[in-house]
Design a protein around this ligand. Structure first.
Ligand code: NAG
Ligand code: NAG
Ligand code: NAG
Length: 373
């Protein structure tokens, strides 16, 4: 994003969002986070019919077998189970989150909902966390396979933004996995509060149970500059695929110091990079972490095409613990690196919860700025 665009955005964000919220085509603007659509019968072609400072919604929410695949512009995403989730990522290769936050599309692990499907070999580790208040998927991903530049530090997507139209504009999120769904996979609840951090080859997508008492706090959207480790404190490890249950985290930005509960204030962009933090993120207690083989999880992922076609065998071998999978010849090269990843991961990341560092967050922030919050 150019400096000019950056300062323009900062100026815009400084203006009252109520002004921005006025739309050119609608006299009755409704913030995205206040729109409710039942799934699937209530889904409109586009959740955002407006045309404002950021133009119109770039994709659509009504997604089906016609729209599914590599060219899908579906903007209806899901976070259901360890094997069934999506992230927001750009429609065109070589993009950054900062430049495309308004137009991201859903990239998912499951066929059948009209979205793009994440290419095989892209996902190298995932932790799915179910807590009383939210579902959270934290993962490691080769982000070039979902159209991001390899070095993009990324940023935050959420249903708010300075103009209240969301990032992406009109993006809708559903889940069948909340405690309030009572185990019924056939009913999807609209997720009102969610945040999705993308960048640095990792991500966090947290969806807060609309039946919970503090969904807006747990899925807080204002701490866009402090990354995954503060917004989604976790113990996910590259090379590990696991389902966990755990406690709610402290809401992002809330911490306890000398017995006092304190709310962190994120400094404005104008004060420059955030170089120190007054607290360390606290990883909530978890239990029942069940490790799984990725072969059993991600069976729908298509082979990458073109230059990265060699990646196609990767997941087959990486995920296959059985000799049959390993026997599929052409995958040996990627298979080797993938199994190296699994073992290397515990060595290099053994200590590590996944956190986009403050430094990389800053890089992302320079690109991402105001509309991400
Ligand atoms: C499938 O989705 C497209 C894009 O939203 C829409 O135009 C079309 O009407 C849908 N088809 C059906 C049968 O719903
Ligand atoms: C719901 O789906 C998940 C994973 O997709 C599965 O593990 C679970 O057994 C399903 N629940 C029911 C009740 O079918
Ligand atoms: C995760 O592991 C893979 C395989 O070793 C590696 O290529 C990738 O860089 C790792 N990702 C991160 C974010 O560390």
């Amino acid at each position: 994003m150019s400096t000019v665009a950056l300062s323009a955005l900062l100026a815009i964000s400084a203006a009252a969002s109520g002004v921005l919220a006025q739309s050119a085509t609608s006299s009755s603007f409704v913030p995205l986070a206040s729109k409710h659509f039942s799934y699937p019968s209530g889904i409109p072609y586009q959740a955002d019919p407006d045309d404002g400072v950021r133009g119109t919604q770039q994709g659509y929410n009504l997604c089906n077998s016609t729209t599914e695949g590599a060219n899908s512009l579906c903007q209806t995403a899901f976070v259901n189970h360890l094997d069934d989730w999506c992230v927001w990522a750009p429609p065109k290769p070589g993009s950054t989150i900062g430049d495309t936050e308004g137009e991201e599309v859903a990239w998912c692990t499951k066929k059948g909902r009209g979205t793009r499907i994440i290419p095989a070999g892209a996902i190298t580790g995932v932790q799915f966390m179910k807590t009383p208040g939210y579902l959270q998927i934290v993962g490691f991903i080769d982000q070039t396979k979902i159209n991001l530049q390899s070095d993009d530090g990324g940023g935050e997507l959420d249903p708010h933004g300075a103009d209240l139209r969301g990032n992406p504009l009109g993006g809708l999120v559903y889940s069948n996995g909340f405690a309030s769904n009572n185990g019924n996979n056939d009913t999807f609840q609209q997720v009102i509060e969610w945040h999705n951090f993308m960048g640095s080859n990792s991500f966090c997508f947290k969806v807060c149970d609309p039946a919970g008492s503090n969904a807006p706090e747990l899925c807080q959207h204002v701490f866009d500059r402090i990354g995954v480790s503060y917004n989604c404190p976790n113990a996910a490890q590259n090379g590990t695929f696991e389902y966990c249950e755990g406690d709610n985290q402290d809401p992002p930005g809330i911490y306890t110091s000398n017995g006092q509960v304190v709310t962190y204030t994120q400094p404005p962009e104008s004060l420059g990079p955030i170089s120190t933090m007054p607290y360390d993120p606290k990883i909530p207690a978890s239990s029942n972490c069940v490790p799984l083989q990725s072969a059993a999880l991600f069976t729908d992922l298509p082979a990458a095409t073109g230059a990265s076609a060699s990646a196609s065998g990767a997941s087959a071998t990486a995920t296959g613990s059985r000799s049959g999978a390993a026997a599929s010849g052409s995958a040996s090269r990627t298979g080797a690196s993938s199994s190296a990843s699994a073992t290397g991961a515990s060595g290099t990341n053994g200590a590590g919860a996944l956190g986009v560092s403050v430094a990389s967050t800053i890089a992302g922030v320079l690109a991402a700025v105001a509309f991400l919050a």
